[in-house]
Design a protein around this ligand. Structure first.
Ligand code: EPU
Length: 418
């Protein structure tokens, strides 16, 4: 079984470059289905979710060309297929974006119910509500979601809860619908804005992304163009947390500091020195850390996708910290792995209580999901002795060259392929 082996402890020092945003590109690639022409997409991260989506696009008849560096050229003009089968969809959550994109382009989509990280119940009722509001009929049969519409017509959509996926899917379905769609109570994450900017650069008319209301004026056609994906807020946050947890000093480069404020503010509260530059952030965590409390929330609140990594920072802080998970029902499975390494963490429902100041000891652990896997890497860097992380496919879904990046910061870390 492939694994990551870390010999700790280590103090991270140096500079690291952040890749393009996973949660933006996993929506932008399906969104390319709506475009008649070549989409040249720059700053694409080399992660397995991107490989999976490219395989889906190719299987459906798209041309996908990896141009120089991190640039992908995608041309979906020749696609006629409207189906994403189970063997592709089960591998990752974002396969549900093909529903909105195919419905928007063909008025027809059949996509297997998605897989992805196990974080508790992950319903898609708000995606379905949005499609129905635009005039689609939606049925779930034999594990597939079927959407059909003679014609999509713009309408008002009010989401019952703030959902990243439903917001993007509603935009995708509305881009070529007749007339104006107004989507209210939407998510405001940086990747929502990035998907809207991508679509607009291809000829869509979307306003308000990044606020609570998005207005989509339907257009007849989207033509090709060039677009560069934003830096990954969560990858950047992961390296900031890793610097803090190891008492290190790291310059995190190629970031948008504004997107990082929810994370920077919490680290500063804990005693980490943060210095912002135009497109980089210096994290200096050489001083002792103070305890803190976190409640995860939709953007601009503290991101749930940084919750496991921040738990490791709390393990270094003096005193008792608390995390209240406000987005997912079940996102504390990873704490069992940290406890195997000597952490003192008590979980009661959606609250984890973390005692700081215990020295972790290296142990064999699992990456329970993508962000939990990142937390295991950080814990391995903090721990005395050898940590072996298994089930690392989760990590590969969303972190580009994570082993090389940590090694370049001085970590004794290696990837073992079996
Ligand atoms: N929800 C519903 N009904 C819906 C949709 C969502 O009840 O139709 C609930 C969910 O159960 C959850 C909450 O609303 O309690 C928020 O879910 P959201 O739809 O925002 O999550 P998502 O779109 O499935 C994306 C990211 C996740 C990230 C969440 C929250 C992608 C591909 N995934 O998931 O990222 O945790 O937003 O920010 O963008 C990760 O990157 O590790 C990851 C899990």
């Amino acid at each position: 079984m492939d694994r990551i082996i870390i010999n700790g402890p280590c103090r991270l020092e140096g500079e690291v470059d952040i890749s393009g945003a996973k949660n933006a590109i996993v929506a932008i690639l399906p969104a390319a289905m709506l475009v008649d022409g070549v989409c040249r997409i720059e700053n694409v991260p080399q992660i397995s979710d991107v490989e999976n989506i490219c395989n889906i696009l190719i299987a459906m008849g798209a041309k996908v060309n990896r141009a120089e560096g991190k640039t992908l050229e995608v041309d979906c003009s020749a696609v006629r297929c409207t189906e994403v089968p189970y063997e592709y969809a089960r591998k990752f959550r974002a396969s549900y974006y093909f529903l909105g994109a195919l419905l928007g382009r063909f008025g027809n989509a059949k996509v297997a119910l998605p897989g992805g990280c196990h974080l508790g119940a992950r319903p898609i009722d708000q995606h379905i509500k949005a499609f129905e509001q635009l005039g689609a009929q939606v049925d779930i049969l034999h594990g597939n979601v079927h959407c059909t519409a003679e014609k999509l017509e713009g309408d008002d959509i009010y989401l019952d809860m703030v959902s990243v996926g439903a917001t993007i899917n509603a935009m995708l379905a509305a881009v070529k619908a007749d007339g104006l769609t107004v989507i209210e109570n939407v998510a405001k994450e940086p990747h929502i804005v990035d998907v809207a900017n991508f679509l607009n650069s291809m000829g869509a008319n979307i306003r308000g992304a990044g606020t609570d209301v998005i207005k989509v004026q339907g257009v007849d056609r989207l033509l090709g163009g060039s677009y560069a994906v934003i830096p990954d807020q969560i990858e950047a946050g992961t390296f900031m947390a890793a610097a803090a947890a190891t008492g290190g000093r790291v310059l995190v480069k190629n970031v948008i500091p504004k997107h990082m404020e929810c994370i920077s503010a919490k680290l500063e509260e804990m005693g980490v020195l943060i210095e912002e530059f135009d497109d980089s952030i210096l994290v200096d965590a050489t001083a002792p850390l103070k305890k803190a409390n976190i409640k995860t929330m939709p953007y601009p609140g503290f991101p749930t996708d940084m919750q496991p990594q921040m738990a490791t920072v709390m393990l270094r802080a003096e005193g008792t910290s608390k995390i209240n998970e406000g987005v997912w029902d079940s996102r504390f499975k990873y704490t069992e792995e940290l406890i195997r390494m000597g952490a003192e963490i008590a979980v009661a429902g959606k609250v984890a209580t973390i005692e700081g100041g215990r020295q972790l000891l290296g142990a064999p652990v699992r990456a329970c999901d993508l962000r939990a896997g990142a937390a295991m890497v950080i814990a391995g860097l903090m721990a005395q002795g050898t940590t072996t992380i298994e089930d690392i496919d989760h990590i590969r879904r969303g972190y580009e060259r994570i082993v090389e990046k940590f090694a370049s910061l001085g970590a004794d870390i290696r990837l073992v392929l079996d």
